[in-house]
Design a binder for this molecule. Structure first.
Ligand SMILES: Cc1cc2nc3c(=O)[nH]c(=O)nc-3n(C[C@H](O)[C@H](O)[C@H](O)COP(=O)(O)O)c2cc1C
Length: 216
């Protein structure tokens, strides 16, 4: 009969993505885990009221940034609690919104953080640049319910300022930066690049190996 340490570990990736960047990271994280022999499931947080990207409006973008600064929750559809209970490690992934975790992740933590008790939780953060307040909030919440918050994996947008801020704002508002000559030169892309996605996959394999080790 196999011992506990011989059983394949089960990871659950809980995530929210607004503009698909976290979804791309999750795809590669999942691939890396699977290649390293970890059983992996995903749980996508779905808002009760559909949030469409892009917002197609400058005023709606400003309004969203203000509301998220005050940590406005976005109500999510109920999640499968059993999926969380049976996981050995939880990945909690999502974007930074105005320095904070995104509204759906905040709502998830309000409603379900008690299920993280005794679990290792790995935060994965996709952001333009500012992730520390976001991480501190997650750590406080996870620790206060008896979970073990691991060091986060953070991917930022690798574009110089002020172009990164301007380009991100335009993209969220639904204005393509590449259609404006003053931006085209400085803003090649929104979000993460292929090297970062490959790095995510490698990090996932490394984490999987450390989980499989009898002395993690
Ligand atoms: C409303 C809103 C607020 C944001 N605020 C921040 C922020 O404070 N700091 C930051 O680094 N990025 C911020 N961003 C950028 C996102 O974190 C970034 O684009 C991320 O890669 C998006 O991930 P997603 O595609 O999975 O939603 C914000 C994005 C939105 C929509």
């Amino acid at each position: 009969m196999g011992t506990d340490s011989e059983k394949p570990k089960r990871a659950l990736i809980i995530y929210y993505t607004f503009s698909t960047q976290t979804a791309k990271l999750v795809h590669h994280l999942r691939k890396g885990f699977k290649e390293a022999g970890i059983e992996v499931e995903t749980l996508k947080l779905i808002p009760e009221k559909k949030l469409s990207f892009p917002l197609h409006s400058v005023s709606r973008t400003i309004s969203m940034m203000l509301r998220t600064f005050f940590r406005q929750r976005v109500q999510i559809k109920p999640v499968d609690k059993e999926q969380i209970r049976k996981a050995d490690i939880i990945v909690l992934a999502g974007p930074t919104w105005s320095y904070n975790p995104s509204g759906p992740v905040l709502d998830f933590l309000d409603k379900y953080s008690y299920l993280l008790k005794g679990k290792k939780v790995l935060p994965v953060i996709s952001c333009r640049k500012y992730w520390r307040t976001h991480y501190r909030y997650l750590k406080r919440k996870i620790t206060s319910c008896g979970g073990k918050c691991l060091s986060p994996i953070v991917f930022t947008h690798l574009i110089k300022e002020p172009w990164s801020t301007i380009g991100t704002f335009m993209t969220i508002a639904g204005i393509n930066p590449r259609h404006h000559s003053f931006m085209r030169k400085h803003y090649p892309r929104y979000g993460h690049n292929q090297t970062q996605l490959a790095e995510m996959e490698k990090r996932a394999r490394d984490i999987a190996r450390s989980l499989a080790s009898p002395f993690p």
